[in-house]
Write a protein of this length. Structure first.
Length: 51
């Protein structure tokens, strides 16, 4: 499956992440700005999208 490159600035500027802390409790965090764009970029690579 080929996906299009995400170009929507509002989507790229915010990323919601789920993670586990040191006690293995599930936590959620909203990441904004440049860090969110970097995460989206890396997720795209994992899904086979090369930019």
């Amino acid at each position: 499956m080929v996906r299009e490159i995400m170009k929507d600035e509002t989507v790229l500027a915010q990323k919601k992440a789920q993670y586990q802390n040191e006690k293995f409790q599930v936590r959620f965090k909203t990441i904004n700005g440049w860090t969110a764009q970097i995460i989206r970029h890396e997720v795209d690579h994992c899904e086979g999208i090369v930019i």
